[in-house]
Design a protein around this ligand. Structure first.
Ligand code: BGC
Length: 290
């Protein structure tokens, strides 16, 4: 598919050069809630109330897509608004290639097609951590950062993204690196703190092991910690001892919504300009044929 997520780096340059719409719409699918809002794409601020519907236990593709439809209609998203969906698993050419924290029937689902067939909507779907990292590049703490930024989201799982010199490198799944024989997110995600009733100190000890491993392998200059728990960053960031600068995500829990909306607007613009080029090429051809 031409608008493969891997085109992010190129899209970034494109964003700078082209105007996009002022308002987009972002939906963030999470393990505990599906959240959506209209987004002001010039400022990165929400342009409507944020609607959250709890993720049902049976988090099948049909159930989640129905919730997306509900959010779109309750917030009265105007026709033509670019719609971005941030998804808690890797997406390759619209297809879910791995799923840890939603119903396993998501595996190999083409989420773009599903949304189109069920809701009649053209959406741009992107991994949630990529959306959040992308949001931070556009509006948050990664803007203007010239070094290597490791953006992570702490929630049901651990989402990860790299941004280098302002360009997002999509698709990394470093929440699943194995540390001491265990999948890292099953030890160090924010949800584990709640599930195991860990104190901030106990959880920070696990975060320390996790981020020190990332630091050892990739040497980022900046580590961003996002997700809902970043609202309480002062409880755990000061407990970490790392060489990189560690900061909370500027967009906090909104990064997925904002990043997805912006990504969708850029994709929509690119899609339209491609359509325009094709129709121009056709009209030149038919003129020549006369
Ligand atoms: C998924 C990632 C996702 C992260 C946060 C992980 O389990 O594999 O793709 O970004 O959770 O939702």
């Amino acid at each position: 598919m031409w608008y493969n997520v891997l085109n992010f780096g190129m899209l970034k340059g494109f964003i700078m050069a082209e105007n996009i719409r002022n308002i987009g719409f972002g939906v963030d699918i999470g393990g505990s809630g599906v959240k959506g809002a209209l987004v002001n794409l010039k400022t990165g601020e929400l342009a409507s109330r944020r609607l959250r519907i709890p993720t049902p236990e049976n988090s099948t593709p049909t159930a989640i897509v129905e919730i997306i439809g509900k959010i779109v209609s309750e917030l009265e998203v105007p026709e033509g608004t670019p719609i971005g969906v941030s998804f808690p698993g890797p997406i390759k050419n619209g297809i879910v290639t791995y799923i840890a924290n939603l119903d396993k029937t998501w595996l190999n689902t083409n989420i773009n097609n599903l949304i189109k067939d069920s809701l009649g909507l053209e959406a741009s779907v992107i991994n949630d951590a990529d959306a959040a990292g992308y949001g931070e590049v556009q509006f948050g703490n990664a803007r203007g950062e010239q070094g290597l930024v490791f953006a992570s989201t702490q929630g049901t799982g651990i989402g990860t993204a790299f941004i280098y010199k302002g360009v997002l490198i999509p698709g990394c799944e470093l929440g699943h690196i194995e540390i001491n024989g265990k999948d890292a997110e099953t030890r160090a995600a924010a949800s584990v703190k709640n599930r195991e009733n860990l104190t901030w100190e106990e959880w920070a000890t696990r975060l320390q092991v996790y981020y020190a491993t990332i630091e050892h392998l990739f040497s980022p200059d900046v580590i961003i910690i996002g997700g809902g728990v970043s609202e309480k960053a002062d409880k755990f960031i000061p407990l970490l001892n790392l060489k990189a600068k560690v900061i909370p995500a500027a967009l906090r829990n909104q990064a997925g919504i904002v990043g997805a909306a912006h990504y969708a607007a850029v994709e929509q613009k690119e899609r339209n300009s491609l359509k325009h080029k094709i129709s121009e090429a056709f009209s030149v051809k038919s003129e020549n044929a006369l």
